[in-house]
Design a binder for this molecule. Sequence first.
Ligand SMILES: Nc1ncnc2c1ncn2[C@@H]1O[C@H](COP(=O)(O)OP(=O)(O)OP(=O)(O)O)[C@@H](O)[C@H]1O
Ligand SMILES: [Mg+2]
Length: 270
Amino acid sequence: MAERNEPVAEGVFALRCQELKKSFQGVMAVTGATFDVPQGMITALIGPNGAGKTTVVNILSGMMKSDSGHMQIGSTDVTNWESHKIARMGLMRTFQLSRELGGLTVLENLLVAPQHQSGESLFNIFFRPGRAKREERENTERALEILNTYGLYDLRDKRSRELSGGQKKLLEIARGVMASPKILLLDEPMAGVNPALIDRIGGYIMDLKAQGMTIVMVEHNLNVVEKICDHVIVLAEGRTLATGRLSDLRANEEVVHAYLGEVINASTTR
Ligand SMILES: Nc1ncnc2c1ncn2[C@@H]1O[C@H](COP(=O)(O)OP(=O)(O)OP(=O)(O)O)[C@@H](O)[C@H]1O
Ligand SMILES: [Mg+2]
């Protein structure tokens, strides 16, 4: 398993955003999100309910256009690119409320996830059937391997709507991993799951980091953040309040007043 809390490498950023803003019919959801995501690390995006975390994830993944601001992946400006183009740059996201396709089996849910399958184009089906078939077989093998990693292999033929809440969370991560992203944004991957599964998911996320993936995770549980995250971004009322290590942020009065005090109290009573 990867080393925890390695020092954040100076200047190597997988993802950067500058002054992102977004409002919905006059409601200012994001009022100035500015932060850098260090490459190959686990970054936590924390903040109170309604702080704009999911909206930021929606913008970064191309599912929503920002009203203003900029973002880049590596050195490429990808501001307001469509989500399929963002995915092609290697960025995938998962959803706070799992978005499994309930009528499909667990395995099928992974098979619809990968990008650029030759088999998807009619041209390939008619003119390169061998290549389409080979890719289908390779994708199936990869999907089964991932399901095995996440403890879902035995459930592969089950309709995903029949899974438990925790299993749906695992499937959501597996679907994100299926596309072999370089950057994976996880929106509350452990919300509502039991403590044993929280530990397991934490281990999976650290394994992804060990494989070289850059992770950004929205997380409310500060014990988890402390254990597995290298870097923390605090969002409050739509803007970046502070960034750094959790230990540094705990010493920042503004952050404690705006958020941490409230969460520390809440997490000790949970
Ligand atoms: N599609 C939308 N239409 C209108 N308002 C929205 C929409 N999405 C988000 N909002 C509003 O924007 C603000 C930020 O919401 P967002 O979901 O990004 O917060 P969050 O930090 O993810 O909160 P939580 O911790 O509860 O998931 C909230 O006031 C929310 O009601
Ligand atoms: Mg949210």
